[in-house]
Design a protein around this ligand. Structure first.
Ligand code: MN
Length: 319
């Protein structure tokens, strides 16, 4: 992580000029991993230095990658979740989602899947045979949203949104993935004040995105390079902008694409362990035990052999 001062730019109103807010622009390095088949992921949340941005608690940027063989792509075997919502957003390629509610849904570029785990759900994300060929691209993001305590045990749910509010605005195309932006509201069901935007910048220029001052925000570049409120961001970096920012000033030398996430500071401590978001170690131990026992709590993902399930690691005493 590098802590960066805001450059003394021509835009002093971007964030509050109060001295106490001068340190609230930070840039972190995402952790780099792989989902197999050469599909690189950059995990921008959670990081040691930053666990949450608003309710957002997990951010994986995968690809862009070129599929090497027919039917390669994503192979995430059946696994459980509790206490969160997963948000899947595709720029390129296709993924097939199956869950223990019986949902079976291909997601394609420009579409959003949002799955509410609540008390417990299981799902698998696999590229369906015949839907990706060698040479096709795969590119997208998966994020998690922590559910507030009073919703953390709610019934699981799954929504697919084939169309989202999207509009062109002075050399930008903004798509509202979750929450609300400029009076446009995403149809995705969420449970706390937050926003998620996909922003395509069509060419060199200087743009502004108004922000909710009560919220903190994160910016992750998916393609290209931008300067956001004075800091340079490229894929693999997470820009963090604390509360009190009126807007994001986005300067670019060419086309770029980014995700903007934000929300009011969550105000609750959460434990993030494996695929679970919880409030206590006991809650995690119980969820792990229920999953390993294949209890009805998580149900069954149709057409997935139990041998194809992901097993949970041991819960360390220190957790
Ligand atoms: Mn998952």
């Amino acid at each position: 992580m590098s802590r960066m001062e805001q450059e003394p730019d021509e835009s002093p109103t971007a964030c509050s000029s109060k001295p106490s807010d001068a340190q609230t622009v930070e840039v972190y390095d995402a952790r780099v991993g792989s989902l197999g088949d050469g599909l690189e992921i950059r995990r921008a949340l959670p990081l040691k230095e930053r666990r949450l941005i608003g309710p957002w608690c997990f951010l994986d940027h995968f690809g862009p990658a070129v599929i090497k063989a027919d039917d390669a792509g994503m192979k995430v075997r059946a696994h459980p979740h509790i206490g969160l919502q997963t948000v899947t957003w595709l720029v390129d390629g296709t993924i097939h989602h199956k869950d223990s509610l019986g949902s079976a849904q291909d997601i394609r570029p420009g579409q959003l899947n949002i799955m509410t785990a609540g008390a417990g759900i299981a799902h698998a994300e696999l590229t369906r045979p015949g839907t990706l060929r060698a040479g096709d691209a795969m590119h997208g993001a998966q994020l998690w949203v922590a559910l507030p305590r009073d919703k953390s045990q709610m019934a699981p749910a799954f929504e697919h949104h084939a169309r989202l509010p999207s509009f062109d605005e002075g050399g930008m195309c903004v798509t509202v993935l979750t929450g609300e932006y400029d009076r446009e509201r995403s149809p995705a069901t969420v449970h706390s004040p937050m926003v998620g935007l996909d922003v395509i910048i069509t060419g060199a220029g200087d743009r502004r995105i108004p922000l909710d001052r009560a919220a903190e925000h994160g910016v992750m570049v998916m393609e290209g390079q931008i300067v956001a409120n004075g800091v340079t961001l490229v894929p693999g970096k997470l820009g963090y902008f604390g509360t009190g920012c009126d807007h994001l000033r986005l300067q670019s030398q060419g086309p770029a694409r980014l995700l903007v996430i934000g929300g009011e500071p969550f105000g609750e401590e959460v434990l993030i362990w494996w695929n679970f978001v919880a409030r206590s170690r006991d809650e995690i131990v119980e969820a792990r035990r229920d999953w390993e026992a294949q209890s009805e709590r998580f149900g069954k993902v149709p057409d997935v052999d139990p041998d194809e399930w992901l097993h949970a690691p041991a819960v360390l005493p220190a957790l």
